[in-house]
Write a protein that binds this ligand. Sequence first.
Ligand SMILES: CC(C)(COP(=O)(O)OP(=O)(O)OC[C@H]1O[C@@H](n2cnc3c(N)ncnc32)[C@H](O)[C@@H]1OP(=O)(O)O)[C@@H](O)C(=O)NCCC(=O)NCCSC(=O)CCC(=O)c1ccccc1C(=O)O
Length: 265
Amino acid sequence: MKYEDITVNRRKGVAEIQINRPEKYNAFRAQTIEELLDAFRQAGADRSVGVIVLTGAGDKAFCTGGDQSSHSDGGYGGRGAIGLPVDELQSLIRDVPKPVIAKVNGYAIGGGNVLVTVCDLAIAADHAQFGQVGPKVGSVDPGFGTALLSRVLGEKRAREVWFLCRRYSADQALAMGWINAVVPRNELDDEVQRWCDEILALSPTAIAIAKRSFNADTEHLRAVSALGFEALALFYGSAESREGVAAFAEKRKPQFRVLHQERDR
Ligand SMILES: CC(C)(COP(=O)(O)OP(=O)(O)OC[C@H]1O[C@@H](n2cnc3c(N)ncnc32)[C@H](O)[C@@H]1OP(=O)(O)O)[C@@H](O)C(=O)NCCC(=O)NCCSC(=O)CCC(=O)c1ccccc1C(=O)O
């Protein structure tokens, strides 16, 4: 597959997959997800690769979730329940039998933060910011993005993240156990390489078994996600969700409550 939205950089034992849409703050459209699926499948199957690094181009954003400019008519125009097989990508990141490190070089917002959540490890530059914005823009991740986040942060914190849609600094995220390390932005590449080198010195089979064992405890969330994305597709068709998409495009506050109340009339 020829890539337009991502790049893959292979160096000794490491496949670094980069979302290359800096003008969109590395938001993903349907094509981006298809390319990421292809790159993760290849890196996952390649025995010469011991660690996969996921990152974004530039220094503004790691990833800001679904590309709002490709979100219209109740979906994203591609495959799957909502026209964006991001649920398949989240599953694949968990399924590849090697550690996936999120190298967080800026905003990790919405579906971008969900990618951080499903990655095995996360290392952030000190200017990175984390958060979920679904309820601000008429969306939600009804699977790993909510339920797995509560395993990572604890129930109260995860509910706070989704119910208030605040942004959190890299230092706050580190204190909450959301990420593994924070470094000055000019040291991010070297720090991630150090973590890769340590992992590459260890037994790949032991690590693969450990990863699958960690996953087992939350494996049922894959079914929750599949069910949830069917519900999300119905939600995307509603006036309330469409209002969120329109308000983001028009740079105004959404009027959710009026539409929500009108639903009962
Ligand atoms: C990322 C922000 C917090 C940055 O804020 P700020 O620094 O003030 O800059 P802005 O002026 O807002 O943005 C700069 C520039 O980038 C464009 N942009 C940013 N994000 C996106 C995006 N996601 N899509 C398209 N374009 C984007 C923005 O329009 C500006 O461009 P200009 O040309 O200069 O106008 C802030 O931008 C922000 O909050 N962005 C919203 C991100 C967003 O809405 N993401 C989708 C969230 S939906 C969600 O969270 C559901 C969860 C999920 O995982 C999911 C599940 C199932 C399907 C899809 C998703 C999904 O993620 O969509």
